[in-house]
Design a protein around this ligand. Structure first.
Ligand code: EPZ
Length: 420
């Protein structure tokens, strides 16, 4: 199993290009099942979760052709779809559940594996299933699989999600594209990745309109035509590099990303002491000598602070002068990095869903274990500001969502090596 060796402390300086967004590309790829004509998707990130989604589409019978260093893909539907999304693929990536909506909408049947457990929280899929049921899907759970069918086309419906969910919003929007009549979805997630998905679907002929802050109207169409689309930049990778620059008193230009999308994070970083200049698709960030604490950050749905940056900001606040508190309100068990950060010297107390971070930490390198994607990158950030060597084990978690992170970090001054 690959590991990282980091020799700290390092200062970050230079320029980095942001990859395409993993969490936008995944639903976009799943939704290609709806299309009659070939679609071309550009700016894919070269990360493991994208490979898994492409393998899932291939296993269903879609034709997948990769070009241009695997950043562009052409996907065509050969009409002889297999309707089984297997456990072996869905268990490794929960976004596999996103093929259910398009399969039932286009082909009226599907056998999709339930994703199963997840380390960061229970993460059920009841909102997905309830919404699709309201659109006309019937289903039974047998031996860990969702056996689903519909009598012909799905029918438009009014659906209000009981709680905001990114995946359930995506599955429902995708399914409603080919349903009969009008669907109104209320209390939707409005993450930028969902807007990227709807822009993609609209480019293929879907009739989707955002008619209120969290309300989306979809008028079903008979079919979607071919289209060419470029995936947005990755906001979590961008936020991670912003933290890396801030925590190392660094000077970094982050390219190919629209700063307006991460205004909440930029405001917090400015409060902490970072100097930030932005233009249309660039962020220039300079870290302060002394990092200020923040009395309270709460993870919440977009446009609020994202749970996917909670672990990275915790590392940053370990270096602040004074106490900070982070409240995790999305997932029940997303503090797994805390135990590892303590091994480097962090003083963090957990009280239910709050992490109380004492600050002024002098990190000293150690051997560490990755637990999930964002926790792993937080350990890399901590290793960068630790004195001496750190080894980070099980970095396959990181490879799920960060493209070539060690190369990118090496180019901006980090002493990091992959040990295979
Ligand atoms: C998406 O997961 C992201 N994944 C996650 O990113 C991200 O952390 C999460 O949204 C929140 O922003 C992708 O986009 C592929 P949810 P998703 O449905 O869709 C509960 C990363 O690191 N819930 O918005 O699974 C759920 O348990 C990953 O890149 C139900 O109860 O998240 C959670 O507490 C990790 N029933 C909350 O809602 C449901 O049917 C929000 O989950 C669905 C969700």
């Amino acid at each position: 199993m690959d590991k990282f060796l980091v020799n700290g402390p390092c200062r970050i300086e230079g320029q980095v290009n942001i990859q395409g967004s993993k969490n936008a590309a995944l639903p976009i790829l799943a939704s290609t099942i709806l299309f009659d004509r070939p679609v071309i998707i550009k700016n894919l990130p070269r990360v493991r979760d994208i490979d898994t989604m492409l393998n899932l589409l291939k296993s269903l019978g879609l034709k997948v052709q990769l070009f241009k260093h695997k950043r562009t893909v052409r996907i065509s539907n050969n009409k002889k779809l297999k309707f089984l999304a297997s456990y072996s693929l869905v268990k490794t990536m929960r976004a596999g559940i996103l093929v259910l909506g398009p399969m039932i909408s286009k082909y009226h049947k599907s056998i999709t594996s339930l994703p199963g457990g997840c380390l960061i929280g229970a993460r059920p899929v009841n909102f997905h299933l309830n919404a699709l049921k309201k659109l006309g899907m019937k289903y039974e759970i047998k031996k860990g699989y969702i056996h689903a069918k519909s009598k012909g086309k799905l029918k438009g419906a009014k659906i209000k999600f009981p709680k905001i969910s990114v995946g359930a919003t995506e599955n429902s929007i995708i399914a409603a594209c080919l349903a009969k009549g009008e669907t109104i979805l209320k209390n939707c997630a409005i993450e930028p990745e969902i807007k990227d998905l709807t822009n993609f679907l609209i480019s293929g002929g879907a009739k989707i309109k955002w008619i209120g802050k969290r309300t989306c109207r979809i008028i079903g169409v008979d079919s979607l035509s071919g289209t060419e689309y470029s995936v947005m930049g990755d906001r979590i990778e961008t936020g991670t590099f912003c933290v890396a620059a801030t925590i190392t008193n660094g000077d970094l230009r982050i390219k190919n990303f629209n700063p307006k999308i991460i205004q909440t994070e930029i405001n917090i970083l400015k409060k902490i002491g970072a100097k930030i200049k932005t233009s249309k698709d660039e962020i220039h960030i300079m870290g302060p000598k002394n990092i200020k604490n923040i009395s309270s950050i709460t993870t919440k749905e977009y446009p609020n602070f994202p749970t996917d940056l909670q672990a990275q900001f915790m590392v940053l606040l370990c270096k602040a002068k004074g106490r900070s508190v982070i409240t995790e309100s999305i997932f029940e068990n997303r503090f797994m990095h805390v135990g590892e950060l303590r091994r480097l010297g962090a003083k963090i107390l957990i009280k239910e869903n709050k992490a109380i971070i004492e600050g002024n930490t002098k990190f000293v390198g150690a051997e560490l274990m990755s637990s999930d994607l964002r926790a792993s990158v937080a350990l890399v950030l901590a290793a960068i500001v630790s004195s001496g060597k750190s080894i980070i084990n099980r970095i396959y978690h990181l490879d799920r969502g960060y493209e070539n992170i060690e190369k990118k970090l090496q180019q901006i001054g980090v002493k990091i090596k992959r040990l295979t």
